[in-house]
Design a protein around this ligand. Structure first.
Ligand SMILES: [Zn+2]
Length: 392
C-alpha cells in the first residue's frame, strides 16, 4: 500500500510540475505561436498509422503527433516521413514505402476537411490559409529507391518532396554518420541521385549522412539542402548532430536545419541512450520478407517505445539553446523545427508533444527573439527552401 501511495505522490508532483511549466508560458508566446506557419521538417507518425492503425484525426492518449495537437501547437505544415528500416532491402524497401504512402493516403481521404497533401510552396500557403494542415511527404533513406532513379522519379510523382540520403547504415551509394564508411562520402551514382533530385524539384536531406557525404552533397547540389532532423554537436556528441563548420556550410548553401527534439540530441546527459539504440538497431538483420518482415518491424518499433517516450535530462530550454546556437553560427535564416516526434525514445521536459510548442516560443522570447525571427524559425525558412527547390 505504501508503494502505491508513493507512486500517487510522485504522479501528483509530476502533474503539478507540468502544469507549473505550462502555466509559465506567456500570453505573448501563445499569440505569436497562433500566427506562425508552423513547419516541422520531420516526424515518424506514419509508422504509428501503418503499424498501430492509430487515428490521428483524434487526440491520442499517447505518442506526440495528431491533428488536434498539431493545431494546438500552431504546427500546420508537418513533413511526414515515410521510413523503411535498412533491414528492408531492395524491392522490400520499395514495397514498404508504398505501404507508408498508402497509410498517409488513408489519413488524407478520411479527413479532407482537415488535412491536404501539399506539393508546392503555393499549396502550403493555400492549404494553411484554409485553416487546414498541409501535409508534406518525405522519404527517410536512400536505400528506398533500390538504386533506381526511375523509382525516385515515381516517388516524386506520388507527391514526395524530399529524401534523406541515408538512414543509420551506409547504403550502396552514400555513407551514413552511424554506419561503416564504405564510399568516402557519395559514389558517382550518389552524386547522380543528388543531381536528379535537383532537376526533379526534390529537396536533398542530409540528416543521418556522414560528414563527408554532407560535404559531397553540398558540393554537387545546385539547390539549397536541408537537415530535416539534426541538432547541435556542441550540446550532445551523438554522431547524428552537426558541427559548427557544417552549419556554416549549410548557410552558405542557403539550406535550413530543423532542430531535432530528441532529449539525446539536445543534452549530453541523454546521449548514451541514443548511441546504444543505434548500435542495437544496426545489428538487426532478420532475413525475412513480406508479412513476416512487417511483423518484425512492428515489434521493433513498439520496443523502441516512441508512443510512450519518457522525459530525459533535457528540457525545452535545451531546444531553445540549440536553435540559438545555430542562429549565432549560421544566421537566423537557416534554422527551423525538425521534431522527429513519434520516432524518438525520450523527449525534453516541457516539450513532450506538439501541443507544447508555445513553451519553445516563450523560451525564445526570453532569449530576446522578436516575432519576425520566431516566424522564420517556425516555418518561414523552410517555406523559402520549398519555394526555391520544389517550386512555387
Ligand atoms: Zn531519422
Amino acid at each position: 500500500m505504501l508503494s502505491r501511495y508513493r507512486l500517487l505522490l510522485v504522479f501528483a508532483l509530476l502533474l503539478s510540475l507540468s502544469s507549473f511549466l505550462s502555466a509559465q508560458v506567456s500570453e505573448e508566446a501563445k499569440r505569436i505561436q497562433s500566427h506562425v506557419l508552423g513547419v516541422d521538417s520531420h516526424n515518424d507518425t506514419m509508422q504509428r498509422v501503418l503499424i498501430e492503425g492509430v487515428d490521428i484525426g483524434k487526440r491520442l492518449p499517447d505518442g506526440m503527433v495528431d491533428l488536434p495537437r498539431l493545431r494546438e501547437g500552431g504546427m500546420h505544415v508537418p513533413f511526414f516521413a515515410l521510413w523503411a528500416p535498412m533491414y528492408y532491402h531492395g524491392a522490400e524497401a520499395v514495397r514498404r514505402t508504398l505501404d507508408l504512402r498508402d497509410a498517409m493516403q488513408s489519413v488524407l481521404d478520411k479527413y479532407p476537411d482537415q488535412i491536404e497533401l501539399a506539393t508546392s510552396g503555393r499549396d502550403i500557403e493555400r492549404i494553411v490559409g484554409q485553416k487546414k494542415i498541409a501535409a508534406v511527404l518525405t522519404i527517410e533513406g536512400g536505400h528506398q529507391i533500390d538504386n533506381d532513379l526511375r523509382v525516385l522519379r515515381m516517388y516524386r510523382r506520388m507527391g514526395i518532396l524530399s529524401m534523406t540520403l541515408t538512414h543509420f547504415r551506409s547504403n550502396d551509394w552514400a555513407d551514413s554518420s552511424t554506419g561503416k564508411p564504405e564510399h568516402n562520402g557519395l559514389t558517382d551514382f550518389g552524386k547522380q541521385v543528388v543531381r536528379e533530385m535537383n532537376s526533379l524539384g526534390m529537396i536533398v536531406d542530409i540528416s543521418h549522412v556522414s560528414d563527408k557525404t554532407f560535404y559531397d552533397a553540398i558540393e554537387v547540389s545546385t539547390k539549397p539542402v536541408i537537415a530535416s532532423h539534426s541538432s547541435c554537436f556542441v550540446n550532445s556528441d551523438v554522431p547524428r548532430n552537426m558541427k559548427d563548420d557544417m552549419f556554416r556550410a549549410l548557410a552558405k548553401n542557403g539550406g535550413v536545419v530543423g532542430v531535432n527534439f530528441s532529449a539525446s540530441f539536445l543534452n549530453q546527459k541523454d546521449a548514451g541512450e541514443l548511441k546504444q539504440m543505434i548500435a542495437k538497431h544496426n545489428a538487426i538483420e532478420p532475413n525475412l520478407a513480406g508479412v513476416e518482415l512487417d511483423q518484425f518491424a512492428a515489434k521493433e518499433y513498439e520496443e523502441m517505445g516512441a508512443a510512450h517516450a519518457k522525459t530525459g535530462a533535457a528540457t525545452v530550454e535545451d531546444a531553445a539553446e540549440c536553435i540559438d546556437h545555430i542562429v549565432k553560427v549560421a544566421g537566423i535564416d537557416h534554422v527551423g523545427i525538425g521534431s522527429d516526434f513519434d520516432g524518438i525514445q525520450s523527449v525534453p521536459l516541457g516539450l513532450e508533444d506538439f501541443s507544447k510548442m508555445p513553451a519553445l516560443t516563450d523560451a525564445l522570447l526570453r532569449r530576446g527573439y522578436k516575432e519576425e525571427d520566431i516566424k522564420k524559425i517556425m516555418g518561414g525558412n523552410f517555406l523559402r527552401v520549398v519555394k526555391e527547390v520544389v517550386g512555387y
